[in-house]
Design a protein. Structure first.
Length: 337
């Protein structure tokens, strides 16, 4: 009898919970219809918030799946398919903070994702009480870029904020080219020095460099004053801003972070080649260009693809020791495109 009472009690509890959930859903549906009718702008933010929470939850599940598979199969990051590798990378449309410090490690990938998740926790807590979504909507309305991660941005805000971030990094592009031109003067061999100075003058004059021009000077970036570890501090700071890295660090850390980020992009390039550009959606294509220095928000699909094809041809010709050229090419190939 006690067993029957226990089962009956559990069934009653489940029925009560189901009834409460059903009532809550009906109330929430009426609430959403009221918002949509009376406050269409706030409804857009509200729907963005709810869909963002769902997307964040799915992202956590997917990240966990990838980490579990890597652990089970003892895979390194660069052995992953492109989309898995890109998913683990910090989303440049969100925090824009960093990639991987060690190409063989997943820890930095996961740290960046945790930072995004931790940033979202306060918003989730605020939204727990009934109808507290209004406060979240107010925060989203007034401070979307500062307080919210990409999951809670509207499509219009995503494009707007990408333009903002790109304008910040583009401020450093002329400094990078100027620093490169100055560094070229210290090269001992006259012919390579002239080629590089001509390349810098061409870009400063508004022209686009050809792939052959970049490949002709690639040897200069592996064992001369142009290698990342030997660049002047101001030069490294300007390059760091191109990759959305803080320039306010000691020179040793700046150089280490810059090198590790460039090598990570190089790993992504090889994974992208294995996948094939034709497999990318338009959104993925634009994100890939943006990560590599080109503001693709106002370009057509064909323009993005043409630029990315040129980038991949260059990247796959370069060795890890020539990472400095890859870093500079983020500016040289993007500035006048």
């Amino acid at each position: 009898r006690s067993q029957e009472r226990l089962l009956s009690s559990r069934a009653t509890s489940r029925a009560l919970v189901a009834a409460v959930v059903a009532v809550a859903r009906r109330v929430n549906a009426r609430y959403e219809r009221y918002l949509e009718r009376s406050f269409p702008r706030f409804y857009l933010l509200y729907s963005t918030f709810t869909s963002g929470m769902q997307a964040l939850f799915l992202e956590v599940k997917e990240i966990s799946r990838i980490r579990f598979r890597m652990s089970q199969q003892r895979l390194k990051v660069q052995q992953l398919p492109y989309r898995d590798m890109e998913r683990l990378r910090q989303e440049i449309t969100g925090s824009l903070g960093g990639l991987v410090s060690d190409p063989d490690s997943l820890s930095s990938f996961w740290r960046q994702f945790r930072r995004d998740a931790l940033k979202a926790i306060p918003i989730g807590i605020i939204a727990i009480p009934p109808f507290a979504n209004f406060l979240v909507i107010v925060l989203m309305y007034f401070f979307p870029r500062q307080l919210l991660i990409r999951y809670f941005w509207t499509p219009q805000q995503q494009q707007e904020f990408l333009d903002v971030y790109d304008s910040i990094r583009r401020d450093s592009y002329p400094d990078v080219v100027q620093s490169l031109a100055l560094a070229a003067r210290s090269l001992p061999e006259p012919r390579p020095r002239e080629l590089l100075q001509q390349l810098c003058s061409q870009v400063q004059g508004g022209a686009r460099p050809h792939l052959a021009q970049l490949l002709a000077v690639k040897s200069l970036f592996s064992g001369s004053p142009l290698v990342l570890n030997r660049l002047q501090v101001d030069h490294v700071r300007a390059l760091s801003q191109v990759l959305f890295l803080t320039p306010h660090l000691p020179a040793v850390l700046l150089r280490h972070r810059l090198l590790s980020h460039i090598l990570e992009i190089r790993h992504l390039d090889r994974a992208l080649l294995r996948l094939g550009l034709g497999q990318l959606s338009e959104e993925e294509l634009r994100a890939a260009c943006y990560l590599r220095g080109l503001n693709s928000t106002h370009l057509g699909r064909a323009e993005c693809r043409a630029w990315l094809e040129q980038w991949l041809r260059l990247s796959c010709e370069l060795q890890a020791s020539e990472a400095s050229l890859l870093a500079h090419s983020m500016v040289l190939l993007s500035l006048n495109y």
